[in-house]
Design a protein around this ligand. Structure first.
Ligand SMILES: Cc1ncc(C[n+]2csc(CCOP(=O)(O)OP(=O)(O)O)c2C)c(N)n1
Ligand code: SF4
Length: 265
């Protein structure tokens, strides 16, 4: 039997700092719905984050939490999990936090396959500091550090988690709220490191520079430019060309390799 998801919110911290139309609130809501469906106990659940708009999320949640230094959320979360394996540990991170300064922690947390859930809000930009490019800024996208369009290839975070050893990896968007909630819950049910990438809209730092000024433009873009992984694989097998501007969503891996930080029965 699950309680009310609003029990998980720290109501005295509202209103939140997110800009109007930011996708982060949707991802927090999906995560808390998944936590609530898991029937987890508030006193045994810990949220950890680094630095960034997305990393402010634990501040709105009623459990104990750690708001740590930029890129280090997974290192702190590893310490919590190893010291207190009976606790449910959930990490909120941004694409910059996770894949730039925290890149090494990310691959090694996946390699160690630590029993925790990592939710990355990938808005394809450094949101909090005004819109610098991140390792997830799409080729051609305008940011303050790529005024003529980004040229570097992007990290595919969900694929990176698979290659590095995580037991669960999935990607959805803030448009796909049901699928995203289900993926986060499945990740929580899967022992080992669960990585869920949530593509989100950042109208302030990304959208207004990239011809997606309206929030609805950004959400519509995620709806029309996402392709199910299974469909993409079918198209590739049949030799059909997959358009370059599509990104994959769905479950990338679910497996049962040995994990660290598991409570011995
Ligand atoms: C060591 C260090 N480097 C840089 C910063 C500045 N900084 C704070 S937030 C941030 C970007 C965060 O981007 P991302 O992780 O993508 O999160 P978002 O704000 O987009 O949710 C940066 C560079 C910092 N606080 N500490
Ligand atoms: S800058 Fe972007 S990510 Fe940060 S709160 Fe505003 S919309 Fe959200």
């Amino acid at each position: 039997m699950t309680g009310d998801v609003s029990d998980w919110y720290r109501h005295d911290r509202m209103p939140h700092i997110f800009c109007t139309g930011c996708g982060n609130g949707t991802v927090i809501n999906c995560t808390l719905n998944a936590v609530n469906e898991m029937g987890w106990d508030i006193d045994n659940t810990i949220f950890v984050s680094g630095i960034g708009c997305s990393s402010r999320s634990p501040g709105y949640i009623v459990t104990d939490s750690l708001h740590t230094t930029h890129g280090r959320a997974l290192a702190f979360a590893t310490g919590v999990k190893m010291a207190k394996p009976e606790f449910n540990v959930v990490v909120f991170t941004g694409d910059g936090d996770l894949s730039a300064i925290g890149g090494n922690h990310f691959i090694h947390a996946c390699r160690r396959n630590i029993n925790m859930t990592v939710v990355c809000m990938n808005n394809m930009i450094y949101g909090m500091t005004g819109g610098q490019g991140s390792p997830c800024t799409p080729v051609g996208a305008i940011s303050t550090t790529t005024p003529y369009g980004a040229r570097e290839p992007v990290f595919d975070l969900a694929e990176l988690a698979v290659a590095a050893g995580a037991n669960y990896s999935a990607r959805w968007t803030s448009y796909h709220v049901k699928e995203l909630t289900k993926a986060i819950k499945t990740g929580m049910e899967t022992t080992g490191l669960s990585f869920i990438e949530a593509m989100t809209q950042c109208p302030t730092s990304f959208g207004r520079r990239n011809k997606q000024r309206k929030v609805t433009d950004m959400i519509d873009h995620m709806r029309t430019h996402s392709i199910l992984l299974s469909k993409k694989r079918r198209m590739e097998e049949s030799g059909e060309k997959v358009p370059d501007d599509l990104f994959t969503v769905g479950e990338f891996v679910r497996r049962y390799r040995p994990a660290l930080g598991v409570v011995e029965e």
